[in-house]
Ligand binder design. Sequence first.
Ligand code: 9MR
Length: 446
Amino acid sequence: MRSRARRAFALATAGVLTAAGVLSLAGTADAATTLGASAAAKGRYFGTAVAAGHLGESAYASTLDTEFNMVTPENEMKWDAVEGTRNSFSFGSADQIVSHAQGKGMRVRGHTLVWHSQLPGWAGGLGADDLRSAMNNHITKVMDHYKGKIYAWDVVNEAYQDGSSGARRSSPFQDKLGSGYIEEAFRTARTADPGAKLCYNDYNTDGQNAKSNAVYAMVKDFKQRGVPIDCVGFQSHFNSNSPVPGDYQANLQRFADLGVDIQITELDIEGSGSAQAASYTKVVNACLAVSRCAGLTVWGVTDTYSWRSSGTPLLFDGDYRKKPAYTAVLAALGGSGGVDGGTGGATCTATYARTDTWGDRFNGQVTVRAGSSAISGWTVPVTVTSPQKVSTTWNGTPSWDSSGNVMTMRPNGNGNLAAGASVSFGFTVMTNGNTSAPAIGACTAS
Ligand code: 9MR
């Protein structure tokens, strides 16, 4: 009894300290419970597409700055945005994103140098010789402007057709310069910024099919002949017609085995609730299982600004609330709220999401997941900030410290969880004017 009380006190103290750390850092969430920090703990990055026009919105910027550690300008680095007139470059919007990212310690993926879409009319209308020099000039000038600031460039984007042919897509580059244009673009890019990783990026190449086979053959050939290529980007735009393929991981692995990095570059999955969450989990687990998978980027911060917003494909809803898909991704990344020794090597993680909000209260949900071995019990401290009060709890048995602000949750009855299995408990926080997130302490397994 005595030692149990001491343990409860230690847990409560940990919770309070966590809360203090939170307040002095970002005022919202524990850094250890973010996508970026959890991915970093697994040696990966977690990024998002960003639109310069939204950086001035505080909820957008704070979600971006709290959760992500890589950004891709969604449109601002494309050919039409930076070179609308031949050899006259305008980098204003793209620079805004790069300097925001640099100011927050986030890295940047460059997207994209050579693509048939968002290509200005003047370029598409050039004859072969002119187009070749315009392409090389574009690559050189844009990469030079950002030299040393870009982690990886999508040098060539979407050069292959959909369908069963495995053929190249018709485009001004393909039609006028011939198949060698991709190789030429990569060679020019390597000279322009030898420090940036050079990627080929495409969609519908996520499973093994005619299109991904054709890209695979190209990458294999490049590696054999010493054409500079460092990474392959898998856009990973999914929905019910195009679900995460069963051989997703195997496909990533076969590319990795060619000696290139894998990057999940534009991830979004239409849907909602647990089905969407389960698909996201598959993608994250596949990346974690492939050692050369360097990281994942989702194609936007909030559903509202998604290129296909009606499909609600992202991790945050229109009010920047974390969706079940967010909780699933965080948990798959090893979450946080901490892993500790527990007993006999048993570990667990706790991840938090706000699930509902009303004028005077919100519901929080904590998912407890067992580590690589089964556990028979767990505790998770949850600390709210006065004058907040927890009014109701479910799926767990709480005990309280004397302040009434620190609740330590235990399982209802049997706390058995198989390795990797999870269970969630929930609670309602009366805000009394303070809407800040609770601090979730370390999960302790037994
Ligand atoms: O999300 C981008 C959207 O805002 C643009 O209107 C669109 C124009 O083509 O491009 C979208 O981003 C695309 C990305 O650059 C390449 N892969 C497919 C993405 C979604 O269409």
